[in-house]
Design a protein around this ligand. Structure first.
Ligand code: GLU
Length: 302
């Protein structure tokens, strides 16, 4: 599945911010947005915006437009039209074809209650030499999904240790087969799983660099296995620390983190910048913040 644009053929940097529209941006998601934007600018690269609305039951109507507006108010401008995952179902379906042909997907009817905590024990994994057959029924839309269960699709992982360099965290390794097991790429509610869509989208959009919150570090080894199975390059990664609230919990929509105060955009940027461990910048306006922050980021990461 080759990327569809010319820029990816050169070695030009392509980064992205990929928010899930389950609410407006808050201080935590802004830190991830800021880091990915600065990394793209520091590399004179392209910065893309992808709305990860594939998990339709969690999508809050209008949150995508709020996020677009928040980013622009903060002076963060994307270089290509944003994409919405819910408009890309056909792409995910197509991406699965070679995996099916290679026997790397099988169906699984295990319920969460039936499974132990920890790695998937391989209950539904087909015996070696017995390639799985799976139904090609198209995924359900969110309304159908509420009422029906279909078997999940699991990706058959490779044994062995996956090693990669994280540009913030250093060398990482994970034994995906032992620590995670075969993981879900299509859910029992018929929706495509995050792990599949993120890999297909990054590949199709020619993303060279993923910069995001450290809570996704643990997904990287899975995503690298999937990218290889799809014949896609593995992007470089940089995972930034999470912003914590006063109780030391991750700031998140689930914890009711307050939305950003766009009346004071410079304060929001300075806070996100210091949450990433940098000293407050001598900027009095948003447009003065960006060149200073980009220069410091470039010194450290470019
Ligand atoms: N959509 C994910 C989130 O909002 C980010 C996915 C990614 O950057 O890989 O947490």
């Amino acid at each position: 599945m080759p990327p569809t644009h010319a820029a990816s053929a050169s070695h030009g940097y392509r980064g992205r911010f990929a928010p899930s529209p389950s609410g407006p941006l808050h201080a935590g998601s802004l830190a991830a947005a800021l880091a990915s934007y600065l990394d793209a600018r520091a590399h004179h690269g392209c910065w893309l915006l992808r709305i990860e609305d594939i998990d339709e039951p969690r999508t809050v109507p209008g949150a995508d437009q709020t996020i677009l507006h928040q980013l622009q108010a903060l002076g963060m401008h994307w270089d290509e039209p944003p994409v919405w995952q819910t408009r890309r179902h056909a792409l995910y379906e197509q991406a699965c074809a070679p995996l099916r042909a290679a026997g790397r997907i099988y169906t699984c009817r295990c319920t969460r209650r039936e499974l132990p905590d920890g790695p998937y024990p391989g209950t539904c994994r087909p015996p070696p030499g017995n390639p799985p057959h799976i139904s090609l029924r198209p995924p359900l839309d969110a309304a159908q999904a509420q009422h029906r269960r279909t078997p999940a699709w699991r990706f058959l992982v490779e044994p062995g240790i996956e090693r990669f360099q994280d540009r913030w965290m250093g060398m990482q390794s994970q034994d995906v087969a032992r620590e995670v097991g075969d993981f879900i790429i299509r859910r029992t509610d018929g929706l495509w799983a995050y792990q599949l869509t993120v890999v297909v989208d990054d590949g199709q959009q020619g993303v060279t660099d993923v910069v995001r919150g450290i809570d996704l570090l643990d997904s990287t080894a899975r995503q690298r296995q999937l990218a290889r199975a799809l014949g896609l390059p593995c992007p470089r990664v940089l995972h930034v620390p999470l912003v914590l609230d006063r109780q030391g919990r991750k700031l998140s929509k689930q914890n009711h983190a307050p939305a950003l105060d766009l009346e004071r955009p410079l304060d929001a940027l300075q806070q996100a910048w210091s949450a990433l461990g940098f000293a407050t910048l001598p900027a009095t306006r948003v447009d003065a913040f960006w060149p200073l922050a980009t220069a410091q980021w470039a010194q450290r990461f470019a």
